[in-house]
Design a protein around this ligand. Structure first.
Ligand SMILES: Nc1ccn([C@@H]2O[C@H](COP(=O)(O)OP(=O)(O)OP(=O)(O)O)[C@@H](O)[C@H]2O)c(=O)n1
Ligand SMILES: O=P(O)(O)OC[C@@H](O)[C@@H](O)[C@@H](O)CO
Length: 447
């Protein structure tokens, strides 16, 4: 679920957009397709059970709607599936009371290819309701029956195209397929008196995860035959295919991030992973008049400070295609360097581009306005007064999920001292981007 790699073709869905000539919005997709390449040669749809109450999470809000970086968990899962262009329909099963909430999420985050159905009192009943929605004759507004259907829990946001393609391809051949993971804890069987009866040899067993995929007719037939007991107490779709359709599912090794958000600590883990994903790219923005020497040094130090992070630099004054492309490619971190001036004209140009792009609807955008400040020059007080405007700017843009901070770098200094200041500056920038702490927005930090 990393920001889309640049250059990927984009489906028609609206997403971050930029005002082109004449103010026309150049729409792109917030869900640019991933780059796996291979596509199934048959119709594929997905059913997402999202009708649970999240009792084990221990909070009033059902966990699929719990916010991560102020965005509902289910939106990340939808985004992951929407990036897969060959999944033609996504059916989400939610409770009647959560229909409006779900509609609002679809609208706010521009989710496409989504159909909603009412969930059931159990997960299996919710899935069955989702499958029924795929049997109706498709139309412009209704999904069509697929050859293969993916079933994926709405609370498993970190699903990549490669594992989806693997389970779909395996299901086409075997009738059913599901992702599995090694067991972490040993499974034991307790006796009636609450003592150990026996333990299972862990290496012989696997944990059944999601996504799973089925020939649609297999899983639909299984659910139609399903006993009330299985619908009520079952937790394994693969077992239904085996029991009712004698279809042995192909098991596909999945990656460790397929886990299901179940307890509160899972939300913290998911937030940390998402922060890591959206911190993968940083764009240093400067005006062409700026002194590239220091910027090049700052860029080099940022690269040293942030291993495996893609740090690029762009000029702002032309506000040309290159910077716009960076925004369209969903870069969420910008360092705006002001060597010669102390007002916020350059930073304000960048903020305007970002606000017009709607990028920050999907994730918080971090903007660090860097000012090389000559403390000995006159009028120092006036410059500081200018820079203190950052508090007001920050309050305004924070409403649009843009976190703006200021960073002062003492200048000029001898070569070693300026290098030390730049190194300290890179450390501060790295921390601001990694933490994305709204509490630091509007602060003026000194390197
Ligand atoms: N009647 C239900 C119960 C669960 N689910 C969905 O099935 C997925 C996996 O189930 P689980 O993790 O058990 O979710 P909850 O039932 O909400 O969790 P809990 O058991 O803690 O209440 C979730 O996306 C959940 O929303 C569903 O669609 N309909
Ligand atoms: O049992 P729960 O309702 O917590 O979640 C459903 C899980 O069992 C299910 O998603 C996988 O085990 C694969 O079947």
């Amino acid at each position: 679920m990393e920001p889309s790699p640049s250059g990927g073709s984009r489906p028609a869905e609206p997403g971050p957009c930029l005002r082109g000539p004449g103010g026309v919005c150049q729409a792109t997709s917030a869900y640019s397709p991933s780059e796996v390449g291979a596509q199934p040669g048959y119709r594929v749809a997905a059913v997402l059970p999202a009708g649970g109450c999240g009792e084990r999470m221990g909070v009033p809000t059902p966990k699929q709607f719990c916010p991560i970086l102020e965005r509902p968990l289910i939106s990340y899962t939808l985004q992951a599936l929407e990036r897969v262009s060959w999944i033609k329909d996504i059916v989400v099963a939610v409770t009647r009371e959560n229909m409006d909430k779900m509609e609002g999420i679809i609208q706010r985050y521009q989710h496409k290819r989504i159909s909603l159905v009412e969930s059931g009192v159990t997960r299996h009943r919710s899935i069955f309701n989702g499958l029924k929605a795929l049997t109706e004759n498709g139309s412009n507004t209704k999904p069509s029956k697929p050859e293969v259907v993916i079933i994926h829990d709405a609370v498993r946001p970190f699903v990549e195209e490669d594992v989806l393609l693997k389970v779909v391809t395996a299901a086409k051949e075997h009738g059913a397929a599901g992702a599995i993971r090694p067991l972490v804890s040993t499974v034991i069987s307790p006796s009636a008196d609450g003592c150990l009866d026996h333990s299972l040899e862990r290496s012989r067993y696997k944990a059944s995860e999601m996504p799973q995929a089925f020939l649609f007719d297999v899983i639909y037939d299984a659910y139609q035959q399903c006993s009330d007991y299985d619908l009520e107490f079952g937790t394994e779709c693969l077992q239904l295919a085996l029991k009712y359709c004698h279809t042995k599912a192909k098991l596909v090794e999945g990656s460790s991030d397929l886990w299901k958000v179940t307890y509160k600590q899972d939300l913290y883990a998911a937030e940390s992973i998402i922060k890591g994903i959206i911190s993968q790219q940083i764009c240093i923005v400067m005006d062409t008049k700026e002194d590239k020497g220091h910027i090049g040094l700052l860029e080099e130090m940022l690269k040293n400070e942030l291993k495996h992070i893609n740090v690029t630099s762009r000029t702002l004054c032309h506000a040309g295609r290159d910077l716009q492309q960076i925004i369209l490619d969903q870069c969420y971190n910008f360092v705006c360097v002001n060597v010669l001036n102390f007002d916020f004209q350059e930073t304000q140009k960048l903020l305007k581009l970002l606000e017009d792009s709607h990028l920050s609807i999907f994730n918080p955008v971090v903007v660090v306005s860097v000012h090389f400040l000559d403390y000995n020059s006159e009028p120092f007080g006036e410059k500081m007064e200018n820079i203190m405007q950052i508090r007001e700017f920050s309050k305004e843009v924070k409403k649009r999920n843009i976190l703006l901070c200021g960073l002062l770098i003492y200048y000029p200094q001898d070569k070693l001292k300026i290098q030390e200041s730049l190194r300290q500056g890179a450390t501060i920038i790295a921390a601001l981007i990694k933490e994305r702490n709204p509490g630091l927005a509007g602060q003026l930090l000194v390197a």
